[in-house]
Design a protein around this ligand. Sequence first.
Ligand SMILES: C[S@@+](CC[C@H](N)C(=O)[O-])C[C@H]1O[C@@H](n2cnc3c(N)ncnc32)[C@H](O)[C@@H]1O
Ligand code: SF4
Ligand code: SF4
Length: 481
Amino acid sequence: MTLPSTEVINTTVTEPTKAKSGGCGRKSDTSHVVEMDEKTKERIAKHPCYSEDAHHHYARLHVAVAPACNIQCNYCNRKYDCANESRPGVVSELLTPEEAAHKALVIAGKIPQMTVVGIAGPGDPLANPEKTFRTFELIAEQAPDIKLCLSTNGLMLPEYVDRIKQLNIDHVTITINMVDPEIGVKIYPWVHYNRKRYRGIEGVKILHEKQMEGLQALKEADILCKVNSVMIPGINDEHLVEVNKVIRSKGAFLHNIMPLISAPEHGTHFGLTGQRGPTPKELKAVQDDCSGNMKMMRHCRQCRADAVGLLGEDRSQEFTKDKILEITPEYDLAKRQEVHEGIEKFQQEIKAAKEKAKVETRLIASVQNSPKILVAVATKGSGLVNQHFGHAKEFQIYEVDGNEARFVSHRKIDHFCQGGYGEEATLEKIIEAIADCKAVLVSKIGECPKTKLQEVGIQTVESYDVIEKVALEFYQQWNKQ
Ligand SMILES: C[S@@+](CC[C@H](N)C(=O)[O-])C[C@H]1O[C@@H](n2cnc3c(N)ncnc32)[C@H](O)[C@@H]1O
Ligand code: SF4
Ligand code: SF4
């Protein structure tokens, strides 16, 4: 695999107003440079959620085998399904452990860059322990190179850490939204534990205790733990720094602060009571405040419980139960390894291109106090600017200065290409979504959107190359203006 050569970089120069400071964060994030030993690097190298770099190249599969839950969160309703919507807890059809293992083998053959099978619902994997562990056993027996992963509210974690270790499940996520039960009562109306339902603070105290025990036990068992926290403005937004401190002290590997999704039609308590989610700016500010020397996950796509593919792409409808059960799996370990070697080689090439671009930018731009700017990137994956503006369903947002270009978030948007119908409205929404960006980096863009973007001060860069390289080259030009 060789690096695609750069097409002509066509930068439309408008009259941008240069920001004196980035204004996009209260303190600079150093979480991406957290030191890691070689063994840990290897453990996460092919996990698209645990490694930001891996998420450009490797895919995940969620198998929906766990319908029941043992607590209620005010933001969750597993009854509402929409095939077009990618949202946690959403699933089109449930699978038995045997069907799930079959699906994993089929996908491992068809998408060899799929390296992780996770169970993340639609309920809680550990409220469905037999189905969950049977699924993992079957997959481990037949596809030994696939990483196993689960996501839990933590209530039953202390009981199952030994079994998790035995099955070689190396990645566990716990959702921890609070470390203060007084805050927890605003999020959890009840907890079902040991055949009894506990309402209010009594239940929340049990949940908190079990989450802390579970986190400690994972650390002792040397299982990598990611913590998810749902950011709920006015409820736990200011408290998340405290959550971060506690989980960090207990050895969590990665913190994923994700925005609350709440719409009245989802039928959740928060959706129906008008509780809003955070804006991208509010989310980034809290993520930055929590960064320091802890790794923060910023590339989570809040996937469906039956998601398939690269993060940000959802191919679940290509692999529905009726289609999957008709396919004979073609799991081929040697072929998968060959594909992974190709990806690794490609990653090395990308790394070299990034380093070269960084050095060149530092030579040209004045690194000291160089202002930070945001750029929006259209990408289909592989770490490249390689998508047409009109085909983008989301933009990846990079923060760029004279030193480096760094992924900070993604923004979902409606498709611009709608066959002429509704394009005006959609373009307005896209502009609104990336209004704080100085440029949009795309493989191609039509004249009309290019002009509109130009009018609001967003430049367009047409290229087909490594994202960081294109972003840094744009920065050099922008900094000269
Ligand atoms: C559907 S849950 C399944 C796993 C497990 N039951 C749990 O809660 O961790 C997966 C993740 O989605 C999150 N989630 C569910 N509904 C959400 C919503 N409306 N907004 C944001 N995150 C949500 C959960 O907090 C959890 O981190
Ligand atoms: S623990 Fe997970 S599945 Fe259960 S209600 Fe909360 S988000 Fe939904
Ligand atoms: S929800 Fe987030 S952590 Fe889970 S698979 Fe999707 S991207 Fe990864």
